[in-house]
Design a protein around this ligand. Structure first.
Ligand code: WQD
Length: 339
């Protein structure tokens, strides 16, 4: 099948393009390149021997989306990765987050439906679940907008509401909501990986920068949580497992609305992730305990069994696979794609 990947030159998009091509599908990337490098397309070609044409443009602009269809259509499916996703930044810039994360969806839906796509696969998030009492989160866990702590998560839940209503009036369309937990890792080749601009907000890329000496030490944001070692727990999933989950969702897509958690179901603490990274680099890393970060939960992780039963997909890569692959990417690209 031929898929338009909105935001497809980004971290998850690029890995998904690789998985699609390796599964025999065609991938076309639409990306405004505000948060990634156009060099990704060359790296995808080196890995797959295939092409993933890049259309430079914004998924929020109907005319750019129409240009992608005109130049590379028709498409069987749209995969929508084009969103701002930094939780802390969203608190400071709510309008940017609501506007971008909804306008992209509106434009993609309008053009995609007008051009007869069969499926629309949406990058959602495990942060739409609002009640820690529901852990481990199934797809039916509570999702109360007013209880979410930040505009990023709220914009994703608002997207889910829009998508559900649009699907009701397009009964032949499949809309799949893929609720990611914490994507980390990099392709085993070390040719593509996570390349955040500036100082990383997220733990894994931050630790990677400390390991290459670009940052002085790892700050552990609180060690007094109600968890086994006192540090925050998350459900980290290897980005290649995540990408393969998108291929499974595409190939199993049926008319209707469906939601799936894409995670491992295994809570991993900050200290456990750092220890795994130290095993990858072969020595200890400088670290110290800092105050808790505002808005952080003690723990979040999922029950991933629905995706296994219905999509035939299960994450297989371990924490040590994740840190090994990040270290390999970071060593080969100490300054990221442009470095
Ligand atoms: C993980 C843990 C921190 C940095 C991310 C994305 C968000 C969403 C979910 C997709 C927490 C601790 C962090 C550091 C630390 N992705 N930490 N020192 O907050 O779960 O959110 O995944 O929807 O877009 O931002 O991930 O990596 O920031 O934090 O101790 O320097 O690491 O307290 O316990 P988070 P994170």
């Amino acid at each position: 099948m031929r898929v338009l990947l909105a935001g497809g030159a980004g971290y998850v998009g690029a890995h998904t393009a690789i998985a699609l091509i390796e599964a025999g599908h065609e991938a076309v990337l639409l990306d405004d390149l505000t948060n990634t490098s156009g060099l990704v397309t060359e790296r995808i070609a080196r890995i797959t021997g295939g092409r993933a044409p890049l259309v430079a443009g914004s998924a929020a602009h109907v005319d750019d989306v129409e240009r992608a269809f005109a130049e590379h259509g028709p498409f069987d499916s749209i995969m929508h990765f084009a969103a701002k996703k930094a939780v802390g930044e969203s608190v400071e810039k709510p309008l940017d987050y609501y506007a971008n994360n909804l306008d992209t969806t509106y434009a993609l839906l309008r053009v995609g439906i007008a051009n007869g796509i069969r499926s629309f696969i949406f990058s959602s998030t495990g942060t739409v679940y609002s009640d820690p009492a529901d852990l481990p989160f199934t797809e039916e866990a509570t999702r109360n907008l007013v209880d979410l702590s930040n505009p990023y998560s709220k914009s994703k839940l608002m997207n889910e509401v829009v998508l559900a209503d649009v699907q009701k009036v397009n009964p032949g369309l499949n809309i799949t909501l893929l609720r990611y937990f914490n994507p980390v890792g990099a392709h085993e080749s070390g040719l593509v990986g996570e390349d955040p601009k500036g100082t990383p907000n997220n733990l894994m890329p931050f630790v990677a920068r400390v390991a290459v000496g670009a940052l002085p030490e790892v700050g552990i944001f609180g060690d007094d949580y109600d968890t086994p070692d006192g540090t925050g727990q998350r459900d980290y999933i290897h980005v290649v497992d995540l990408a393969e989950g998108h291929v499974a969702a595409l190939e199993k897509a049926q008319p209707g609305l469906a939601a799936y958690n894409l995670g491992t179901g295994i809570p991993v603490s900050v200290r456990e992730l750092v220890a795994s990274f130290e095993r990858a680099v072969g020595h200890e890393l400088p670290k110290s305990v800092k105050p808790r970060r505002a808005g952080d939960l003690a723990a979040t992780y999922c029950d991933p069994s629905k995706a296994e039963h219905e999509l035939g997909w299960k994450a297989t890569r371990t924490l040590d696979d994740m840190t090994r692959d990040v270290w390999n990417w970071q060593q080969k690209n100490p300054g990221g794609y442009e470095g």
